[in-house]
Design a protein around this ligand. Structure first.
Ligand code: KG4
Ligand code: ZN
Length: 364
């Protein structure tokens, strides 16, 4: 076991400005502080994240956020072993703000700089929360991404499949917009679905008829739109029950698609005979209780442990960036002042470029 490391992490790739301090070794680290300055109110009127507004807000707040994280950890910059920062993928203005801030701190304090792939941050979260061993299967489901990652090491990811169009979170958000429910759509759709009849409408289960682990959610959105318009044309509007039934049918379709594709990804992973099989989820959509319950049942049926980190660590945060930086640094990896901000940065270099990284921007 190597030396205990203390890492300051900075995240600014979408609409959360975040900083955190994590201390430990790979597989056994704890969060000393984690500060997130959300921007939801700044984007609320626009129905999505506005990159220019996000970049400006990150630039204004990222240094204060880092200071706050150090303060809450009761540590000084000089106590850090390194500064880790999201260097992509994401909205370039935001990523740049974080990278510039991290470079300034690293140069000023004479500390090593570590660029972190935001997706790696999400994918390594179960190592931070539960110290699980490699290899494990990660399903990353958020407002901008949806992919299965066979995670074999801190820099060793195989993408088994992913969305070919929209991310599920995007579909939840669009569904909420179409039905006049508040944003972010996921929690609103889940709440409405709880009172709905999932069998009143039968929405498609895209790509289930095709082999492999790729997913698609855009057709589902269109089906929902048609069903909504048919009710409005017939009755002049939607009742509360109509909304609930539409949400329930939509959510049931998402759950079915995710469950079937996860079963296929799980089979590929289990074929490698992992010593302690784990299926982990991350990303905002992993908060959905129906999705969690179904995946948990699926994992249990295959003698596989199911892990869903607490919501604050599923959604964007800097603790995951600090931790991913810790793993890199513990393996002797670091960057220098030429570290570039990258709007696109697939985790699996052997895979073709990612499709469907989200219309809201390259959020993960
Ligand atoms: O990971 P996240 O906070 O941001 C990124 O996309 O990186 O995920 C946000 C997404 C939103 O689309 C939101 O509607 C969705 O996660 N979400 C949910 C739930 N809570 C949040 N989707 C379904 N069910 C939920 N309970
Ligand atoms: Zn993310």
């Amino acid at each position: 076991m190597g030396d205990t490391l203390t890492i300051l992490g900075i995240e600014s790739s979408c609409d959360d400005t975040a900083a955190a301090v994590v201390r430990g070794v790979p597989g056994a680290a704890r969060i000393l502080s984690s500060v997130v300055y959300g921007q939801a109110e700044l984007h609320a009127d626009y129905g999505g994240v506005v990159p220019e507004i996000a970049a400006r807000a990150h630039a204004e707040r990222v240094d204060t956020c880092a200071k706050e994280a150090l303060l809450q950890a009761d540590l000084a910059l000089s106590d850090m072993d390194a500064i880790a920062v999201t260097a992509g993928p994401g909205l370039i203005g935001g990523v740049l703000s974080g990278v510039m801030c991290a470079k300034g701190l690293a140069a000023g304090a004479g500390k090593p700089l570590i660029g972190v792939n935001h997706l790696a941050g999400h994918a390594l979260t179960p190592r931070l929360t539960d110290g699980i061993a490699y290899p494990y299967l990660m399903l990353l489901v958020s407002g901008g991404h949806c992919q299965f990652l066979l995670t074999r090491g801190h820099g060793d990811f195989s993408r088994l499949g992913g969305t070919i169009d929209d991310a599920p979170g995007e579909a939840f958000d669009k569904t909420a917009r179409l039905l006049g429910l508040p944003q972010p759509g996921g929690p609103a759709v889940q709440a409405a679905a709880a009172h709905g009849n999932p069998t009143r409408f039968r929405f498609p289960r895209p790509l289930l008829d095709r082999p492999g682990c790729d997913l698609s959610f855009s057709g589902l959105k269109t089906a929902l739109l048609r069903a909504r318009d048919a009710i409005v044309a017939d009755k002049g509007g939607l009742t509360r029950q109509d909304r609930a039934d539409l949400c329930a049918a939509f959510q049931a379709a998402v759950v079915d698609v995710l469950a079937e594709k996860t079963a296929r990804a799980l089979a590929l992973y289990l074929a490698e005979d992992p010593p302690v099989p784990v299926l982990a989820v991350a990303g905002g959509v992993a908060a959905n209780t129906a999705i969690r319950a179904r995946l948990e049942t699926l994992a249990a049926g295959h003698a596989t442990r199911f892990l869903a980190p607490p919501l604050a660590l599923c959604t964007d945060n800097a603790a995951m960036i600090a931790y991913a930086g810790l793993e890199r640094f513990a393996h002797g990896e670091q960057d220098d002042m030429t570290l570039a901000a990258r709007p696109r940065w697939p985790l699996d270099a052997n895979q073709p470029a990612l499709l469907g990284s989200g219309k809201k921007g390259a959020k993960a």
